[in-house]
Design a protein around this ligand. Sequence first.
Ligand SMILES: NC(=O)c1ccc[n+]([C@@H]2O[C@H](COP(=O)([O-])OP(=O)(O)OC[C@H]3O[C@@H](n4cnc5c(N)ncnc54)[C@H](O)[C@@H]3O)[C@@H](O)[C@H]2O)c1
Length: 258
Amino acid sequence: MAEPHRTLFHLAGRVAFVTGAASGIGRAIALELGRCGAQVACADINAAGAVDTVAQLGDLGATGLAAPVDVTDYAAVQQALAFVRQRLGPVSILVNAAGWDVPERFVDSQPATWQRLIAINLMGVIHTTHVALPAMLDAGYGRIVNIASDAGRVGSSGEAVYSAAKGGVIAFTKTIARETARRGITVNCVCPGPTETPLLARFTEMNPKLVDALRRAIPMGRLGQPADVAPAVAFLVSDGAGYITGQTLSISGGLVMS
Ligand SMILES: NC(=O)c1ccc[n+]([C@@H]2O[C@H](COP(=O)([O-])OP(=O)(O)OC[C@H]3O[C@@H](n4cnc5c(N)ncnc54)[C@H](O)[C@@H]3O)[C@@H](O)[C@H]2O)c1
């Protein structure tokens, strides 16, 4: 049994649906929410990875279940949320961390890649939000955090369509925040800076000098870790963050300041 975790945020009694929970940032968020007392549905296209995260939740003394889902498929998202509601109860916390990217100059990229980038990074968020929101509106309570990217705010070479999708996520977040602000629901974005995950490894494997260049550019002098991102998400989904909505928070060691 792990050491009892000290946390400022109390999520006992809440059910969280975390997409991308099989890996990287989504997994760290799932574990952090579990430490705070939430029951966590680990939603991911990678079913085996989601099961691993659930096992790690168990090691922490937290409760979770794997909810295999392809977020690009609206019907599958409906099924996954219905399954979680049936097993754990109504979902009051939604965290959209599923994402995908491939480094490529825009002129060299192809429509099939653009469609996949938009389907996962933007439509995935739209799908889960549309399915989860009615129950939050009925309950008069909800917390949504979308993991966007500073690429969606300041652009990023080699990530044109990904940046467009993340910019779309930020705009979508603000609009849903406005539409739900009087209904007990908050909707915010978190923008990780370069964070050591399998997604970033696709970039650094293609360009090994990138890691040093990023370290030099980041004021804190190091890349982010998934665990750097998770506590901010736990805060934003907590009761105490109830007067914060429509915001975009960079977690980047100072790389992007706003
Ligand atoms: N790592 C970074 O430097 C960085 C920076 C900014 C933003 N982000 C964002 O953070 C989020 C998490 O990324 P990460 O770096 O942890 O990457 P990751 O590759 O480690 O994790 C992404 C997860 O999303 C899942 N996923 C992909 N397509 C899916 C689909 N169709 N349906 C359901 N799940 C799907 C993958 O299986 C994986 O478990 C993403 O939204 C990413 O865009 C990452």
